[in-house]
Design a protein around this ligand. Structure first.
Ligand SMILES: [Zn+2]
Length: 140
């Protein structure tokens, strides 16, 4: 029983620091977030847990200039739909770049950042964000 508990905690940590989705071994499609059933294969589909490599490109993005109180310090920031190399898309904040330098098609990789902190020394919520794979120095 104790072993089971440890495995459970590890599982939770893993999903906090990784991008875990599903892969259908029947058709080879990747899904994020994880799905219980492959929408293409339905009953013939065989889904298994899949950890994305965290590499992809920006499919679309928007610059957010208004934010709820908890996020005010970060405004403006970029929220993008990232197309992962495996084909799945997800929405994430783009960091380590000025909003005006973000471009569609830009290569990005996942990085894990503190998203919210509740009070001093309180609970910290982490989540995935993405950053450019190459340092952006601006236009010249
Ligand atoms: Zn499938």
């Amino acid at each position: 029983m104790a072993e089971h508990g440890v495995a459970n905690i590890w599982r939770k940590q893993k999903s906090m620091y990784s991008i875990i989705g599903s892969k259908c071994t029947t058709c080879g499609e990747h899904y994020f977030p994880p799905r219980p059933v492959c929408p293409t294969c339905r009953r013939k589909g065989q889904l298994e847990e899949y950890q994305f490599k965290g590499l992809g490109k920006i499919h679309t993005f928007a610059v957010v200039r208004q934010a709820p109180e908890d996020f005010k310090r970060q405004v403006p920031y970029v929220v993008a739909q990232v197309e992962l190399d495996e084909g799945a898309r997800l929405t994430a904040q783009i960091v380590n770049i000025e909003p005006e330098n973000v471009e569609i098609g830009m290569r990005v990789r996942s990085c894990f950042r503190k998203i919210t902190e509740y009070g001093q020394g309180g609970i910290i919520v982490y989540g995935y964000k993405f950053e450019p794979t190459m340092k952006v120095t601006g236009h010249d």
